[in-house]
Write a protein of this length. Structure first.
Ligand code: PRX
Length: 650
């Protein structure tokens, strides 16, 4: 095992599960009704027969036509609930309308400016139906792709649900991505319609979204119509015959629309995520399996019930928002809180003020946010009444034990368990995670969810305990992605080829003697900046598209707050000179190309990048120098003097 995969973290603290929470939990009640006595037995029984477990959960959904087969696993291709007729929207909305939940609040939304809107299940259902009819009138049919490029407003889940209702495939592009990133994703999915907004406010500043689309629309030939939400009343350019305002279109539509009876395996959405090459990967999820997986995990991990106010403080533009703001909470008939803005605006008490005012009881955020709150100090959460909280969650990156303990004490008042959930865009649902039954170790995501066979293996694929290694999954789960859109070979090659029979997560982890998993981070050239996956190759290709840049290498640099920040080394074309002004221009260029999250925190100008004799950039050397570590063996370098250049630049 290479030294890079070794692990340094050894955390000894343990927090016992609360017996009161266990007794009332959904998972315990489910175990009682299935004659299962404890956590070990639950894992054992569900692992022995994964089809039994998932069949039980699938039966909590409504099917237009029951499935005939639970699973078909022809490695690495899985199909779940075969021959069933299903639609996730029928389960997320339509079925609730027939029950007392009809008038239950589905979403409480708060804008950055403090305004609050509430939408009941019935109101949400009617809006979705209107938009679904409108999409049909715009020519959208089953299987067509629709790009959704919206900020955190209620129209975003409405748009996703309307697509799914009629069998169209949505592809949400995070509103923090900018023009070129939107263009690339929309082109890859060959979308027919785009749904966007005039703009939105972020930290008091106006971001113009329609204008961003206009910048690249001529390069996206497949788009026939653009639907524009009038969100903040910005003046926008509307092209006759192509661009339509949301309100104009929706007022013409009736609020009744049949839900398409789809096959279980029909695609639900494509969500692009970063891989090791510059081209983002279109992760494809399907209706039935995704519904069953996300529903089950939310029910058992976060233990939601009808009294809860659930707040998943992610952006819907990422998988966390897809699974745990939009689909799973609605499948459960829960009430979710959604916030439009950022955690520390207008001040670092904003989140806690909203927890108090809306009575949030289960709260899910990312370690970056927790570390930011730590920096601002305990005084901010202390100003507010947080006693409604009963369970907390963490996702997106490893949570360091100090942040875990701070969160537990200052937000959870020593009583709320922290569900540190490990999963990915590809997995769709929580994979390694505590349950309310688990004794917790700060910094560990605990054990695999029932039925999941996760493991840590060495370079030869042998299971190992105690040392760092590759985190792999050895069997299928219902909400696993089915392929990469338009690139089935890459699906096999990137995820299923390194070790026979195993899904390669791309993460490094350690498994301790008690079977707890400790995730260390990515092992490939993917950065995790504030919980967001960004590929080094994507930033590099943005940089080299600038007219002054000949070559660039991007690596992650450890950062206390964000986990990792982006460090870029740039070789300029001969005729250009390094300057602070150019540095600024390059940052702006990356912002425009990908979005603000990808803008390098550090840019160093160098004459040469360290390369092997075959011309491959040796990132290992660059990473070591950025961390001010020893570069190790550099005998294969063709240009050892480049290391001095790196040192001067950092
Ligand atoms: O490196 C892991 C990290 O986030 C990656 C997945 O990123 P993405 O597909 O954008 O999905 C993020 C939200 C699910 C993983 O490969 N990651 C996610 N959750 C954790 C984590 N790392 C450590 N602990 C976690 N709980």
């Amino acid at each position: 095992m290479s030294k890079d995969l070794d692990t340094l973290l050894k955390e000894e603290r343990e927090f016992k599960a609360d017996p009161n929470l266990i007794d009332q939990s959904n998972i315990k009640q489910w175990m009682n009704s299935h004659d299962i006595n404890d956590y070990e037995e639950l894992l054992e029984k569900s692992n022995e027969n994964i089809e039994w477990f998932w069949n039980e959960m699938a039966m909590e959904m409504e099917w237009f036509k029951p499935y005939k087969q639970i699973l078909e696993w022809e490695h690495p291709h899985a199909k779940w609930f075969l021959d069933g007729k299903f639609n996730i929207v029928h389960n997320a909305l339509d079925r609730h309308i027939k029950t007392w939940r009809k008038n239950k609040v589905a979403y409480i939304w708060e804008g950055e400016d403090g305004s609050v809107k509430k939408l009941t299940y019935f109101e949400l259902y009617r809006e979705v139906n209107r938009l679904a009819n409108a999409l049909k009138n715009m020519g959208v049919k089953k299987g067509d792709r629709v790009s959704i490029y919206l900020p955190m407003i209620l129209e975003l889940p409405i748009a996703m649900l309307a697509c799914a209702k009629i069998g169209a495939i949505h592809s949400v592009v995070f509103s923090g991505f900018w023009a070129k990133a939107f263009q690339e994703r929309a082109n890859d999915a060959k979308v027919k319609v785009a749904i966007t907004a005039d703009g939105f406010n972020r930290r008091g500043k106006t971001i113009e979204l329609k204008k961003t689309v206009d910048m690249v629309i001529d390069n996206i030939p497949s788009i026939e119509k653009i639907l524009v939400v009038e969100n903040i009343g910005l003046e926008v350019n509307m092209e006759e015959g192509r661009d339509l305002f949301w309100s104009d279109v929706l007022k013409k539509e009736i609020a009744i629309c049949e839900t398409e009876e789809l096959d279980s395996e029909d695609p639900l959405f494509i969500l692009y995520t970063s891989g090791t090459t510059g081209k983002p990967k279109g992760v494809l999820h399907t209706h039935a399996g995704y519904a069953v997986g996300t529903y089950t995990t939310l029910k058992f991990v976060f233990d939601l019930n009808d009294q809860d106010i659930w707040w998943c403080a992610a952006d819907v533009g990422w998988i966390t928002g897809h699974s745990y703001i939009v689909y799973a909470p609605l499948l459960m008939g829960a009430t979710s809180f959604i916030f439009e803005g950022t955690p520390d605006y207008p001040d670092p008490g904003r989140f806690w003020k909203m927890v108090e005012e809306h009575g949030v009881s289960v709260f899910y955020t990312a370690p970056t946010t927790i570390r930011m709150f730590m920096k601002h100090g305990e005084k901010w959460p202390q100003k507010y009444d947080l006693t409604t909280l009963r369970i907390l969650g963490s996702v997106g990156e490893p949570i360091n034990p100090e942040a875990w303990v701070w969160y537990h004490k200052n937000i959870g008042n020593h009583k709320c368990p922290i569900m540190d959930t490990w999963w990915q865009t590809e997995t769709g649902m929580h994979i390694i995670t505590p349950l309310p039954l688990s004794d917790l170790k700060p910094g560990s995501a605990c054990k695999p969810f029932p039925t999941i066979q996760a493991d840590v293996v060495d370079d030869d694929g042998n299971s190992i305990v105690g040392d760092g290694g590759h985190l792999v999954l050895k069997n299928p789960w219902p909400s696993m992605f089915r392929t990469l859109y338009g690139d089935p070979e890459r699906y096999v090659e990137a995820y299923w080829s390194k070790f026979p029979g195993m899904y390669l997560s791309g993460d490094v982890a350690r498994k301790d003697e008690e079977g707890y998993f400790w995730i260390q981070g990515r092992e490939d050239d993917v950065l995790n900046v504030a919980g967001h996956r960004i590929s080094t190759a994507e930033v590099e290709s943005a940089l080299v598209s600038h007219p002054t840049v000949a070559e660039s290498a991007v690596v992650g640099r450890p950062d206390i707050l964000k986990g990792e920040e982006i460090a870029a080394f740039v070789v300029l074309k001969n005729e250009f000179q390094a300057s602070p002004k150019l540095k600024h221009q390059l940052r702006e260029h990356v912002r425009e190309f990908i979005g603000p999250i990808a803008s390098p925190a550090f840019i160093g100008f160098v004459d040469d990048l360290p390369k092997t004799r075959s011309g491959k950039i040796m990132r290992r050397v660059i990473k070591a120098r950025v961390k001010k570590e020893d570069v190790g063996d550099i005998s294969t370098l063709s240009n050892p003097e480049s290391v001095d250049g790196l040192d001067k630049a950092v």
